[in-house]
Design a protein around this ligand. Structure first.
Ligand SMILES: NC(=O)C1=CN([C@@H]2O[C@H](COP(=O)(O)OP(=O)(O)OC[C@H]3O[C@@H](n4cnc5c(N)ncnc54)[C@H](O)[C@@H]3O)[C@@H](O)[C@H]2O)C=CC1
Ligand SMILES: O=C(O)[C@H]1O[C@H](OP(=O)(O)OP(=O)(O)OC[C@H]2O[C@@H](n3ccc(=O)[nH]c3=O)[C@H](O)[C@@H]2O)[C@H](O)[C@@H](O)[C@@H]1O
Length: 423
């Protein structure tokens, strides 16, 4: 049970349903039985303890038990990028095979995983093929829109719930599970539901790459991009969300889902030229700003640099596609001595060396540093005592990759402060 599996399970436990959490990873399940999550997500640990005690949730590694004892099955397995950019559906197929093998009466199979168009149709084939005896079932597409770092809040307060099914009866049952959540429900067919998920993620990624490219122009024109996006966001047709310029989007979903949608378009021989550029801008964003910052500091080579925040965003320990990791690799090649900090996330062993070290406190991390590069906007960095921290550093360059510190204040404190898009 990853982010989506455990959050979905705990959401339904909180709504008063009886939930079984099934995963093939025995370590994860044993940890969950003992009230421990395998990842950091605010609020979920308390909810897990609450519902282990209430008895609304229990866990198993036995597909037979998990499938036989439940009427509704949510598939929340991973759908990572394959080498060609398409979504790797092996885990979905594995889950379908287990369901077909062990189902003993009518089941509603609901797909929460992000899957390409027509996967729900394929699921029917995969389940039917693996059935030992014919058993009735319906499939429902019910994509997930939660964000890491606010998974619980997002699940309890979704902007919308999308339910796609060819079976009216199954759609109604899934709708009834959410009856105590106040959110508009969109009932549609599975193919549309599948595409809504990809189109939404790709659109959010587009907003980010648009402002990130705009930030490059702002940098050159000496205009503050944050002021520009503030003014843009005041137009209700644009809205203020997802207009924060930075070193690029990361995480387990925007990068992989953009690639998967591009793959689907290619299969259909339709060009998604805007999304193509969105990906290209994102891939070059950190390099673009490292090059600008390098000029400010007169070359990174031989310097000692602190990296603050390595997770792809605050309030998570997820390092998947984190821009900080790409920045660390780029600076490693330049022979930079890197001192790394994150409130929760740990740098993988493969990154650590004599020249790349991680420290527990911000103070220790900043010792003898020439510069700080802020890669994810944890509250810890916004609320740090930068006046006091200055005493630990050798030189006072701050490169704020998330435009999260107050540039004027930092300048007053004697830092040479540079953000994204002239700040
Ligand atoms: N992480 C996120 O914030 C969001 C993820 N999604 C989508 O949800 C899906 C899951 O994402 P995550 O939770 O991040 O993935 P994850 O990789 O963290 O977790 C997937 C889990 O599925 C388990 N699994 C694999 N095969 C299995 C099987 N046959 N039976 C039982 N368990 C099995 C794995 O052991 C693992 O624990 C993906 O399609 C993703 O795109 C959608 C919205 C948000
Ligand atoms: O399908 C998914 O997995 C999820 O992907 C994203 O959620 P998530 O990746 O957890 O986090 P976001 O808050 O969307 O941030 C993604 C990346 O974009 C960056 N970002 C976000 C917003 C912004 O204005 N600027 C910006 O650079 C963040 O720093 C982060 O690296 C979507 O927001 C969720 O709706 C979706 O369910």
């Amino acid at each position: 049970m990853g982010y989506v599996g455990i959050t979905t399970g705990l959401l339904f436990a909180e709504l008063g349903w009886q939930v079984t959490g099934l995963d093939t990873d025995t370590m994860k399940i044993h940890a969950l039985m003992g009230g421990k999550l395998s990842f950091y997500e605010p609020g979920l640990d308390l909810l897990l303890k609450k519902h282990l005690e209430s008895g609304n949730i229990h866990f198993t590694t036995s597909p037979e038990k998990g499938i036989r004892e439940n009427d509704i099955i949510f598939i929340c397995v991973g759908t990572p990028s394959d080498k060609d950019g398409s979504a790797d559906l092996q885990a979905v197929r594995g889950a379908a095979t287990s369901i077909g093998t062990y189902m003993n009466d009518y089941k509603i199979i609901t797909v929460k995983s992000t899957v390409p168009i027509d996967t729900n149709r394929k699921l029917v084939e995969w389940i039917t093929e693996s059935q030992l005896q014919p058993q009735p079932f319906d499939v429902v597409s019910n994509p997930e829109f939660l964000r890491e770092g606010s998974a619980l809040y997002d699940s309890l307060n979704p902007d919308r719930i999308v339910i796609g099914s060819d079976s009216e009866r199954a759609a109604q049952v899934i709708q009834s599970l959410y009856s105590s959540i106040h959110a508009p429900i969109l009932l549609t067919n599975p193919r549309t539901a599948e595409l809504i998920k990809y189109a939404s993620n790709a659109y959010l990624a587009t907003k980010i790459s648009y402002v990130n490219e705009l930030a490059r122009l702002c940098e050159s024109l000496e205009v503050n991009v944050t002021d520009v996006t503030k003014g843009m966001g005041m137009d209700q047709r644009i809205g203020p969300h997802f207009l924060k310029a930075g070193i690029g989007y990361g995480g387990s979903c925007f990068p992989k889902d953009s690639m998967a949608l591009l793959y689907t378009a290619k299969e259909q021989q339709v060009e998604l030229s805007i999304l193509d550029r969105v990906v290209a801008v994102n891939n070059s964003q950190s390099t673009h700003f490292l090059t600008i910052w390098e000029q400010k500091i007169d070359g990174f080579s031989g310097k000692t640099v602190a990296i603050l925040g390595i997770s792809f965003k605050p309030n998570t320990d997820d390092l998947r596609e984190a821009p900080a990791l790409s920045i660390i690799q780029q600076l490693q090649h330049k022979g930079v001595h890197l001192r790394v900090h994150d409130p929760i996330a740990k740098l993988p062993q493969a990154f650590l060396s004599e020249k790349v070290q991680q420290f527990e406190s911000i103070e220790t991390t900043l010792q003898h540093c020439d510069a700080v590069i802020l890669c994810s906007e944890w509250k810890d960095y916004r609320e740090a005592d930068w006046q006091q921290l200055r005493a630990h550093m050798k030189n006072y360059y701050i490169f704020d990759g998330r435009n999260t510190l107050n540039g004027k204040e930092m300048t007053k404190l004697g830092y040479a402060y540079f953000g994204i898009g002239y700040r």
